[in-house]
Design a protein around this ligand. Structure first.
Ligand code: MG
Length: 373
């Protein structure tokens, strides 16, 4: 069995990326980038174990996609790496960054062939341009750009990362701790995604799937005296509202479930537990706003929504246009992509007895198309 573990660092904030989504959630076909990279690196069968670091808020959603060992990262790359190293049992560890999306098997093999020849083996590229440093031209034959993945002795890397100094790669930490570094031929194709413009220079990436994802949602709330009524973020002029932990906007609650359903992100109760005092009497448009931000962060774009409001009372026909306007604004889509229907139950059941109302919602999403950027 291999004595090598792969750690793939995917817990970054994408601060320099400047698109509505985080780069680890760019879609390559259907797969998020982090899964695409994992599968590429896994294909050669070189690793006894693969550990993926994730942002704390993303661990649960990442586990939805694969069975690899996903561990919560830390406040920076080095802290994330320390967490991941706790799960490593092998003598050697290879560390790569999700941004280095197109590392190929030949580079992995070159690293493995040299394993043990130094404390860390590093792919490196020379400089082709003239290089100056503080106005002095320096000998470019002695300048190297260090890439990932790097292959380290696990014990040495653990020891090197005890330091409080922040290093941008493992080899700098190992050398600072007195270890040895061996440079091998890097790979120009293993370019790193830092800015959105880099996406067009990464050869192995393919466009996101144009598939539409759909979800549905359903919610009911009973009427309660002494509260105000708001539906789809629009105040309804009646002397009662809904019994609820939040403001009771049953239409927005059903819609949030439809959106989360389409994305595979669970349900409203998981995102905003009704036992949490932060959500007491909260304006549900704020919950929708957070939901939309989350969807965008994970690489989804809402395309259209359709709501059916089922109420014997109040009469909602005259509010439908205002609701469409408000929903379009909250979702960041054209009003033409928002449909609102109102119906009764012909006086049947709890709705017919005017005890409360129900809402059915459906929503569809597309993957964010980064090829257009
Ligand atoms: Mg509700």
């Amino acid at each position: 069995m291999s004595d090598l573990t792969l750690i793939l660092l995917c817990a970054g904030e994408s601060n320099r990326f400047k698109l509505p989504l985080k780069k680890q959630w760019l879609r390559i076909g259907h797969d998020p980038l982090w899964l695409f990279v994992t599968n590429r690196l896994k294909a050669g069968g070189f690793f006894q174990k693969i550990i993926i670091t994730a942002h704390n808020d993303e661990v649960a959603f990442m586990r939805h996609y694969c069975d690899e060992c996903i561990v919560a990262g830390g406040e920076n790359r080095q802290a994330s790496l320390r967490h991941a190293l706790e799960q490593v049992q092998s003598d050697y560890v290879m560390v790569s960054d999700v941004a280095r999306a197109c590392v190929d098997e030949a580079l992995i093999k070159r690293l493995i062939e040299r394993k043990g020849e130094a404390d860390v083996i590093v792919p490196a590229l020379g400089a082709v341009d003239t290089i100056t440093y503080r106005d002095q031209t320096i000998e470019r034959a002695e300048v190297f750009r260090l890439q990932t993945p790097q292959l380290s002795k696990t014990a040495m890397l653990r020891q090197a990362l005890q330091s409080d100094t922040i290093y941008t790669d493992e080899s700098s930490a190992i050398v600072a701790a007195g270890g040895t570094r061996l440079l091998i031929e890097g790979d120009e194709a293993a370019h790193k995604i830092t800015f959105a413009s880099d996406l067009h220079n990464i050869p192995c990436l393919k466009a996101p799937s144009s598939a539409t994802l759909s979800g549905n949602g359903f919610d009911v709330h009973a009427f309660e005296e002494g509260r105000y009524m708001v539906l789809c973020g629009v105040t309804i002029d009646v002397p009662f509202g809904f019994k609820a932990h939040s403001d009771g906007d049953v239409a927005i609650h059903a819609l949030i479930d439809a959106l989360l359903g389409a994305a595979g992100l669970g349900d409203i109760g998981m995102l905003f537990p009704d036992t949490d005092p932060r959500y007491k009497d909260i304006d549900s448009t704020k919950l929708l706003h957070v939901t939309i931000q989350k969807l965008r962060h994970f690489g989804f774009e809402p395309t259209n929504v359709d709501l059916t409001l089922i109420a014997q009372t109040p009469r909602l026909q005259n509010y439908k246009d205002a609701m469409r306007t408000r929903m379009a604004e909250l979702l960041g889509i054209d009003k033409g992509r928002v449909n609102i229907k109102a119906t009764t139950t012909e006086q049947l059941g709890f709705i017919g007895r005017k005890e409360g109302i129900a809402v059915l919602a459906s929503a569809s999403l597309n993957y964010f198309d980064w090829t257009q950027e």
